[in-house]
Design a protein around this ligand. Structure first.
Ligand SMILES: Cc1ncc(COP(=O)(O)O)c(C=O)c1O
Length: 463
């Protein structure tokens, strides 16, 4: 391989994610825990899949996924506090499986030019439950594609092409989504120029931010967005997650400030609720907490009930301005089976009171995590809302030095005790449980976190 190519391969993005494939703790954890059957699968997986960070090679194998649990090939079960945010209704929900099976036997595909009842019914349902007047929509097979559609709609409706988004954000894998995203892991390497005009601003977050302040970062962030909107003058849209994935919850009034600035300078507001939509934060949409209605809302992940891939872009009716083009013309756009899965998933969320469960049990969990700060010097900050939590680990509370190594150790300790989650930015333990998680399930998970933190603190001489 030419020298210049191999040096490009050696560039390693820092900081975006935590439990990357190269972690020494991952190697140690695997030894002795992966049985022969699992080894065969892992070897085949890494032989054939292109290697990529945080994905291939894999940590472990999965044999079963049911409710809030996943199980590996040695029969060990893990409560899944990550689930890629697809598992709002729990894995393999029997009512969803039955609905999908029935749909497959009735009508399994809708070719172009043929409307089908279930896709139309889902569209009507989403228009019904979406905030404000959001009611015209398209379906895609994944969140990244839905973001591409949203960006095209915003460009067409405004006649402008620039965007403002946050550094450190993730909006998907496509070129548009990577361009508005702000993580090196998904933008860098040698993929070449990204979309022009994708301006970024530092994100809000009082614990850690670009301005070095310990409070008021949301106000500074909102002012910066307004400033860039004004200076650029022709921005098509501000695109962001209303609750940041790290996670950081927006300060009260932040999104109102951004909404007003967008209105003043003629930009649209796009909310990416691909992970948070349908109840993760204890309201149906994260933006409901702020009572701010975006012009375009993007949802996905849990919409397919953890079984099928489907996402949606939902707009204000006045953005329905691209009838001579086909920005969302995907093969499985109005697939009866994926749309049946989505419709049934929403019905399950409503019938089982899952949004309320996330609000109530989430409040209990947040309080217990905050109490853990008293006994765990490793915890620098606890943040969250509903079933979205971040526990930020630091080596020292005054300097707030990120404790990436400790976070990695805690993750593997917790795995051994039956709890699976991911870290974000290297040092933030990030918990996104299924919305069916009960208070006693939550108590189990919190005990695991408590014990794992204690063990790692002992190991590192904290106590
Ligand atoms: C905030 C956000 N936007 C977009 C996406 C992309 O969705 P998908 O993986 O379905 O393409 C993700 C996926 O993790 C996400 O978290």
């Amino acid at each position: 391989m030419p020298a210049e190519k191999s040096s490009l391969r050696n560039q390693v993005p820092q900081g975006a994610e935590g439990d990357v494939n190269s972690s020494p703790y991952r190697r140690d954890w695997q030894s002795g825990r992966i049985n022969a059957e699992a080894r065969v699968i892992l070897d085949k997986d890494s032989r054939y899949f292109l290697r990529q960070s945080v994905s291939t090679p894999c940590l472990n194998t999965i044999k079963k996924a049911e409710g809030i649990w996943i199980e590996d090939h040695s029969g060990k079960r893990y409560m899944d506090f990550h689930g890629n945010n697809v598992h709002h209704i729990g894995y393999s929900h029997p009512r969803l499986i039955e609905a999908i099976n029935r749909q497959m036997q009735t009508l399994s595909f809708a070719p172009r030019r043929y409307a089908c009842d279930v896709a139309a019914e889902l569209a009507e349902k989403l228009a019904d439950i979406s905030p404000g007047s959001l009611s015209k929509l398209l379906f895609t097979t994944g969140g990244s594609d839905a973001i591409e559609v949203a960006l095209k709609m915003a460009r067409t409706a405004t006649g402008r092409f620039k965007t403002i988004s946050f550094w450190d954000s993730f909006h998907g894998a496509g070129f548009g989504a990577s361009s508005v995203g702000g993580e090196e892991m998904f933008r860098g390497g040698s993929i070449g120029p990204l979309l022009p005009g994708t301006e970024h601003v530092p994100p809000f977050g009082d614990y850690r931010n670009a301005w070095g302040v310990r409070e008021g970062s949301a106000d500074l962030c909102a002012r910066q967005i307004r400033y860039v909107l004004e200076k650029e003058g022709d921005v098509s849209a501000v695109i962001a997650e209303p609750s940041r994935a790290v996670p950081y919850i927006a300060a009260p009034g932040f999104w109102q400030q951004v909404r007003e600035a967008c209105n003043e300078f003629g930009a649209l507001l796009i909310f990416d609720e691909i992970p948070t939509g349908l109840g993760k934060t204890g309201k149906l949409f994260a933006c409901d907490h702020d009572e701010v209605v975006p012009d375009i809302l993007v949802i996905g992940k849990s919409l397919g009930g953890g079984i099928l891939p489907i996402a949606s872009v939902i707009c204000k009716p006045e953005l329905d301005v691209a009838e001579h083009y086909a920005y969302g013309h995907y093969t499985h756009e109005k697939n009866p089976v994926t749309t049946r899965a989505a419709l049934t998933t929403i019905e399950i969320i409503e019938d089982e009171g899952l949004v309320e469960n996330a609000a109530v049990v989430g409040q209990y969990a947040l309080q217990r995590l905050e109490e853990m700060m008293e006994s765990h010097p490793l915890i620098g900050d606890v943040r969250g809302r509903g079933f979205l939590f971040g526990v930020e680990l630091v080596t020292d509370r005054d300097s707030r030095e990120p404790a990436n190594d400790a976070a990695d150790r805690v993750l593997y300790r917790a795995l051994d005790k039956g709890l699976s989650f991911k870290t974000t930015m290297g040092n933030v333990l990030t918990f996104t449980p299924s919305l069916i998680t009960t208070q006693s399930d939550m108590a189990f998970a919190l005990n695991v976190i408590d014990e794992s933190l204690g063990e790692v603190e002992n190991e590192l001489g904290f106590n």
